[in-house]
Every structure is written in C-alpha cells, then in structure tokens.
Design a protein around this ligand. Sequence first.
Ligand code: ADP
Ligand code: MG
Length: 615
Amino acid sequence: MADIIKLLPDHVANQIAAGEVVQRPASVVKELLENAIDAQATEIKLIIKDGGKSLIQVVDNGIGMSVTDARLSFERHATSKIQKAEDLFCLDTKGFRGEALASIAAIAHVEMLTKPEHDEVGTHLKIEGSKIVHQEVAVTPKGTSLTVKNLFFNIPARRNFLKSHQVELRHITDEFHRVALAHPNIEFHYYNNGSELFSLPKANHRQRIVHVFGSKTNQKLVPIQEDTKVVKISGFINKPEFAKRSRGEQFFFVNHRFIRSPYLHHSVVAAFEGLIKSGTHPGYFIYLEVDPSSIDINIHPTKTEVKFDDEQTLYAILRSCVKHSLGQFNIAPALDFEHDENMQTPYDYKNKAIIQPKVTVDSGFNPFAEANQRTTINRTYTKPNTQGWENLYVGLESQSGSQNAKDVYFESDTITGSIFQNQKEEIESVATTFQLRRKYIVTTIKSGMVVIDQSRAHQRVLYEKFLRNSTIKEAVSQQLLFPLSLSFSKADMAILKDIQNNLTAIGFAFEEIEGESFQITGVPLMVTESEAGMVLDQLISDYQLEVEENSFSQADILSKTLAKTLSVKTGEVLDNESQLALVNNLFACKESRVSPFNKPIFVTITEDEIDKKFM
Ligand code: ADP
Ligand code: MG
C-alpha cells in the first residue's frame, strides 16, 4: 500500500490551531493586549469597530520588534518568551506558546507597524491568510500597532457563527476588564466605533476597580490581605449587602493573569455563607501571588485555567482570609438575616412603608377581551368555544366581572388549552380555595381537586401580562413623584441601553441612559418604586446570561425576569381573595400548565384516585 500520511502545510496547521486560540473577536483582543503587556507597554490603546468584526487594533508603547522579529512573530511556535521546556515552570509573561499571532494571521487580514525604541525607522507588514503580502520601512513611534481586520474572512462558517456587534462588543469589554483589572499600573484607552468607552489612568488596584465599574463601587469594597508561604492574597470583596443576582463582578487573578476557578470560587462563597441571600452572589476582586513553579498554566490554550500544586491549602487559606475580612470590618454582626433592609430595598428606600405582598385583583380585568385584541397582532384563534374553559368560570362570574364565556376563542394548539379540556371539569360552584403550607393553593374541581404552586402560577400570570404589554405596547406606567436616580456600571448601562425600547414598552419611563446613572420617571404598574432598582439589576444579569439579540427574545427575557422577581414567593401568605384571583387569572392564561421556566404549575387529584386510597 502506498504511503498516505502527509505533513499538513503550515497555513492549514495554523488555521487548525486558530480554532483553539481564536473563538471570537474577544479572543483576539485578549491575545493582543497580553502581547502589549509582555512588551512592557505603559500605555495601551484598544480600538474596535463593529464588535471587532471589521476592526480590532491594539497600539502599545512597548519594546517593539526588529524587522526580522516582526516577520518571525507570525510563525507558529515563534516566541521570545521561553526557550526550553523548564521555562514553562517559571513564567512571568502572559504568552509563551508562540501561536497567537500565527493563528490570528491565518484567519484575518493583519497589519503590523512596529519599532524598537532606539531604531531610526520601523517596519510595516501586511499579512493575509498567513502570507506576508507587503513589507516596507515605515516611520512610526516606538512600540507596536497591530490591526486585525475581517476576522474569519476565509472561514465563513466561523464568521456566520459570530453574534451581533453588541454581543461581541460585550465579550470584548469583559476581556478588557480582566486585563485592565490585572494591570492597574498600565494606562488603557478603549474606543468603539470612534467613541471612547474607557479611559483608565495608571492607578492602584482600588482606583482601577472604581474606574472600571463606576464611582458607586468604592463604598462596596472591603480589602482582603494575607501573606503566607504558599500564597500572597490581596484585593477586595464586596460587602455582603451588595451581593448581586448576577455573577458579573467575580475576578480571580493569579500572578497578574485572570483565571477561572470554580474551586476557589467555592471557597469565597463558603466564607460568605449565611451572610447573603440564596440566589445572590458575592462580588470579589482577588489577586493571588504564588510561586510560578507551583502552578501549571499550560493546561488550556486560552490559559484561563490553572492547575495549582496545592489546591486544598489554597482553598482553606482563601476562605479564612475572606471570613476574617468580613468579620474585621464588622460586617457580619450588622446583618439581620431575616429582615435585611439593604437586600430588599437596595437603593436607600429603607424608610418607605412596607407594603404587604399581595396579588392584585384587577376586577375589570377581562382576559378574553385581550384575547381578541391579540388577533390584531396576527395570531389565529381557530378553536371556538371549548367547554372545559367556560365551565371553569361558572362559579366565578360574580367575582370576575363581565366576561361573557360564550365569546371565548382559543388557540388550536393542544398544549395551550386547559387540562380540563377532555375531562370537562368544573370548579365547584362555590369555589373554595385554601393555602397549603404557604406554598400551594388548593381548590376543588368536579372530579376532585387541583393543587397549584402559588409562585409558579403567579409567574405565569405576570409573564403573560408583561409579554402582552411589550408586544402591544400598551403598558401603563405610574409616574413617580420624584424621579429615581439609579447608578450602574458602564457595562450595565450599555445593556440597559440595548433593551431600552423594551423597557419602555413594559412601562418604564426614563431620561436618556448615559454616563453612570440615569433618572427613572415612571415604573410599570406592577412594580413599586423601591423594587425598580432590583428589577433592573435582575434584568441586567438575566440578559447577560442569555445574550439574546432580537427584540422578541428581549421581550421574553424581560417578561420572565419581571415575572420571576415580582411573583409571590413560596412562604407568602395569601388571603382568600388573592388566592381566588390567582386561580382565576391562571386559568385565563394562554398556557396555564407550565411556568415560564417550564415547570409544572399544578397537579390534579381525581376523586377516583382519592377513593382508591381508601380501599
Ligand atoms: P507568544 O506571546 O506566546 O510569545 P505570540 O504569537 O503572541 O506568541 O507573539 C509572538 C512573539 O511576537 C512574541 O513572543 C513577541 O516576541 C513578539 N510580539 C508580539 N506582539 C508584540 C508586541 N506588541 N510588541 C513586541 N513584541 C511582540
Ligand atoms: Mg502572545
């Protein structure tokens, strides 16, 4: 048999390697910023266009490169940072694999301008698909400027896989944050489509964090400090009362490199145990310094995962260090776990009267009238007069006002109907409900009983209401007597800007979203003034997780978030009127069986089933 194995040509090998190193524009940004830092730059500019899809440029004032080095830097395994395998265990540079530039040049149009400090002139190189297509002598300042255009121009599948400009920009900003936080002694400037997003002067760690996340951050930070043989810990944790629903502000740096470590994260969370509500996450900016020989950074191409020699010891030290700071700053005893006002009213609304949670009964609410409206937004309701549904309301007419069950139209979709469809159930004419363990609403139907999860039911009701409002844009907004001023980080403000149309559609009213804070002048009918900040926080975090672009999914995320945040929770007592209204509204929903998060809302227990238990 003839020989069939061949060595891959370099440009193919580079493209394959690129798949590991470059997932999206943000990966290029990370590599270029790290190269600039390794080149000892004291000032770095990041310039982005269209979420990095058309342009990523990093300009540094570092050591620059000679002509030969400039050409060689685009070869695979070409690096000035290590020479032998042992060097891997005493790294003090970000890069060392010598593959970033080779990978990037294989999949984009790259231009480099570079000059070492003491050379008269510099070098200008153009590379397309791994080939140097242009080289000349150039007049350029000390340092290096690397321009990457048309990322993935030769891999359409990868290019198509990229998300919208906004989403890619968000990933870039995340990457920028990590690098900027790790190197406060370097000045950074970051531009997107011509406007400056960040301008960060040389600073200390605390100032850098505040510059990145906004002036309100300062008051949240508690310093941490620990010096041991194994590790030096410094940095900050956020005070427990600022724990957020999002995991946004959680950073570990090891020897000035951002890393992810679920294990170490756990140790911080463990230190916060009992101090923060479940479902919220502590913020932290933790800088670890360890002996480079005690870690392995080369376990992943993007170098964000690190293997520590002695992880368990590190875990214990970190946990006790964080605990110590929490105690020392007298934070722990100040907390009352049951009634932490800061948790419930994060924006200085502590003095407001407490409003008992209650399901609002909208006596004029006529779900069917709105069902008819919906036809105007191109929905088809083909199935007339489903008996089970009518009957459901027989006993309730007196409470729920004027609806005329005969005019009811339903969607043909089988899952949207009611569970009573086939069984022709009826709620007993005197509909009694009671609350079981502050968690379930129990009510009777002809054939037995229904047990309804109160929180999920309310989520469904609210979800449909908000979704409807945002689609037909008829939300009612309550004007605030005094505008409410809320502050957010720049990144969060950008998200709010992204979703502002949908926010308005559901009833938020505000002045222009700009800078670090903005004024809310109106809130949706269901949201109280004191909840507004919390609702927006939750929205930002959900939106970050989902990163959806089209406006329908935006409306969907928005409605889900509001439903989740505002719904009655397990443990809340509901009076009879509220219970009945909830049941009533639930079965007026288009889909009453599952919550917006796909969890079952109720179970039915038939008389037969009960009878069997007595046999
Ligand atoms: P690595 O960073 O792993 O060494 P890269 O492909 O990122 O590999 O870079 C290859 C080499 O090019 C580096 O080792 C460095 O010598 C040189 N280089 C890259 N970027 C710069 C820069 N901005 N300034 C000076 N030298 C650079
Ligand atoms: Mg590099």
